[in-house]
Design a protein around this ligand. Structure first.
Ligand code: NAG
Ligand code: NAG
Ligand code: NAG
Ligand code: NAG
Length: 297
């Protein structure tokens, strides 16, 4: 299935899309490892550059990395390790002992030239975060902070993914069901954006994507999910949103994820303020994702 998907994307053996991938739960957390494995298996060229430790909630903080005084999370590197390093058997897996934004910065300015040469990354991914990033949480989220950094500072389109299920789990644990479902959904949306052609996202725009609760009894199969275009913030007096599903007001991402029926929210964010983008920008995303989007019902 993944193989066929990759084949459909690169039918003539064109060069793979280059992706920088970060998060705020740390480089050794199972959600980011499951997603990088999934996206790599689909044929994309991905480098992981994420914090050495859990840096959840650190928003857009950025500080040069320092040597480790304790072990990396889940004992994924020993105390005294250098400020940045990589897995000796897979140099694409990199930690940065600092914040999510710093990790994205290091990925773009130091690792991308090493792996991609003169080509800049085509896309930045962040997450999936352990826990939702809905509404005001977007302002404090390191997952969103890393995505917004890529857009604002490097002009690289970026998607932030978060999921409500799970707790922070080390990479050597058996892959939880929610991690693999979130990774499959993230690959689906990412591939759809990439297949829509360049520019993958309009300048200054990021996507904030939230996945609902997963359990084997409910939403335990990736085929049950539907993607819904949403807003980050509640808006009563704001100008109209893009017209879709019979309305000029999109549901909030909290409403989408909170509705029973396995709905994934996709909000169009303005990176300069971490707020909702306008109807013109929402319309661009609606066009790119039309094969994927459903109405909330
Ligand atoms: C990760 O950091 C956040 C914010 O400081 C904290 O709330 C959370 O409990 C931490 N997670 C773990 C597993 O320590
Ligand atoms: C490093 O990569 C090896 C080989 O893939 C793997 O067995 C090991 O768990 C990885 N360690 C970390 C911290 O990524
Ligand atoms: C992507 O998601 C849509 C909507 O849920 C689904 O119809 C489609 O089959 C998925 N595609 C892949 C390749 O998973
Ligand atoms: C919508 O937002 C974009 C990007 O911020 C901006 O360039 C454009 O002028 C805005 N359009 C309207 C109608 O406000």
């Amino acid at each position: 299935m993944l193989f066929l998907f990759a084949l459909a994307l690169f039918p003539f053996g064109t060069l793979a899309v280059r992706i920088v991938h970060s998060n705020d739960d740390g480089w050794a957390e199972i959600n980011i490892r499951t997603l990088i494995d999934t996206v790599t298996a689909a044929g994309y060229d991905v480098i992981l550059s994420a914090p050495a430790e859990n840096k959840s909630g650190s928003g857009s903080l950025d500080a040069d990395p320092t040597s480790l005084t304790s072990a990396c999370e889940f004992d994924s590197c020993p105390p005294g390790s250098p400020p940045t390093n990589y897995n000796a058997s897979n140099p694409r897996l990199n930690y940065v002992n600092s914040y999510p934004v710093t990790s994205m910065r290091y990925g773009i300015s130091t690792l991308a030239p090493k792996f991609f040469g003169s080509e800049t990354p085509d896309l930045a991914l962040s997450g999936p975060n352990v826990g939702s990033n809905l509404g005001f949480a977007v302002w404090f989220s390191g997952t969103v902070g890393a995505a917004v950094y890529a857009v604002k500072t490097a002009g690289i389109p970026a998607i932030a993914f978060s999921g409500s299920s799970g707790t922070q789990t080390g990479w050597t644990a058996p892959t939880p069901l929610y991690s693999s479902i979130y990774a499959d959904l993230a690959l689906n949306l990412t591939s759809t954006i990439l297949a829509s052609g360049t520019p993958y996202l309009p300048a200054g725009i990021f996507l904030n994507v939230n996945f609902p609760e997963v359990s084997s009894g409910s939403c335990g199969d990736v085929g049950e999910y539907k993607f819904v275009l949403s807003r980050i913030f509640t808006a009563i007096l704001a100008p109209d949103d893009v017209s879709t599903c019979g309305s000029t007001r999109l549901p909030t991402e909290s409403d989408v994820v909170g509705t029973s029926g396995c709905y994934v929210s996709v909000s169009v964010g303005d990176a300069s303020m971490k707020t909702d983008a306008n109807a013109t920008m929402q319309a661009v995303i609606l066009g790119k994702l039309k094969s994927l989007l459903s109405c909330l019902s």
